[in-house]
Unconditional design. Structure first.
Length: 291
């Protein structure tokens, strides 16, 4: 899927360092969790960028797809490198992916929990796709824990945090909402915690893994939490609290919003006069497949 066209572009060379500045404006690194490693994973700051591929994961498939599209940058949601690695070896992970990217001259940039928490990030997008109104953070994370800064103070005044919660325009039945979620996420089956008699009016969303926020969703008056990676015991907690939960899986709940984020990024680049096209990796698939 391609975003945007040639109209409105100026013949201005975008460098990787410029792209990193724009991405940091959209999802400041200060918003990332302490354990996370967003930002530049592989690359060269002076590299000229004319095409970007977006993919949820930095897999070999994603790298090869980006190279087949003649892209210079692969922007992913999940980082390729979480912890320091001692060697780069083909045939190992993540070294094999790093090796393939360097060999093809492809830079890799990740936007992870900073994009999850950003004001207009993954969870805000997901809430908007579901038609929620009066959207606010589900859990307010602490900005600037690693050290105070002027930008951290400014960010604390906007709606950043983990997950989102909001209201549907009109209450609907749980089966009807499940159908809406399936259609949005492109799924034929989802896992559900609740009785079918539940009426859904207030909804919490956490793209990816959000079972740990079940109590927060309940405390904020949610009728239902949409997320992925819900464990057995988290499901039991939701059942006890009377909170409906839809587990759409880690991949599907993030991918649909990350794809929509690509349109935001395309608009940002075009508004600044950069001649860059963005392609979404439609061939990417969930590594966990029900049989």
């Amino acid at each position: 899927m391609r975003f945007g066209g040639e109209e409105g572009y100026k013949l201005v060379a975008l460098k990787l360092k410029d792209l990193l500045d724009i991405l940091d404006e959209l999802a400041p690194v200060e918003l990332a969790e302490a354990w996370d490693n967003p930002g530049l994973q592989v690359g060269f700051l002076d590299q000229t960028i004319t095409k970007i591929v977006l993919s949820l994961d930095p897999t070999i498939q994603a790298v090869q797809y980006a190279l087949s599209q003649e892209a210079q940058v692969l922007v992913t949601h999940h980082p390729l490198i979480f912890k320091p690695i001692s060697s780069i070896r083909d045939g190992e992970y993540p070294g094999g992916v790093v090796y393939e990217a360097i060999r093809g001259g492809l830079s890799i940039v990740a936007m992870h929990t900073n994009l999850d928490a950003a004001h207009e990030g993954i969870n805000t997008v997901l809430a908007g796709l579901l038609g929620l109104e009066n959207i606010e953070p589900l859990y307010q994370n602490k900005v600037g824990e690693q050290g105070a800064s002027r930008r951290s103070a400014e960010m604390s005044n906007i709606k950043t945090g983990i997950g989102r919660i909001g209201n549907l325009v009109s209450p609907i039945s749980l089966p009807a909402f499940i159908s809406t979620v399936k259609k949005l996420l492109g799924l034929s089956v989802v896992k559900v915690v609740s009785k079918r008699s539940v009426t859904v009016s207030r909804v919490a969303v956490v793209g990816g893994s959000g079972g740990s926020l079940i109590r927060e969703a309940w405390q904020k008056g949610a009728d239902l939490l949409l997320t992925g990676d819900v464990t057995y015991h988290q499901a039991r907690e939701a059942e006890f609290l009377g909170l409906a939960v839809i587990d759409g899986g880690h991949f599907a709940t993030e991918r649909v919003a990350f794809k929509a984020f690509g349109k935001q990024l395309q608009a940002q680049l075009q508004n600044r006069g950069w001649k860059v096209s963005i392609v979404f990796n439609e061939r990417e698939s969930d590594p966990l497949v029900p049989l």
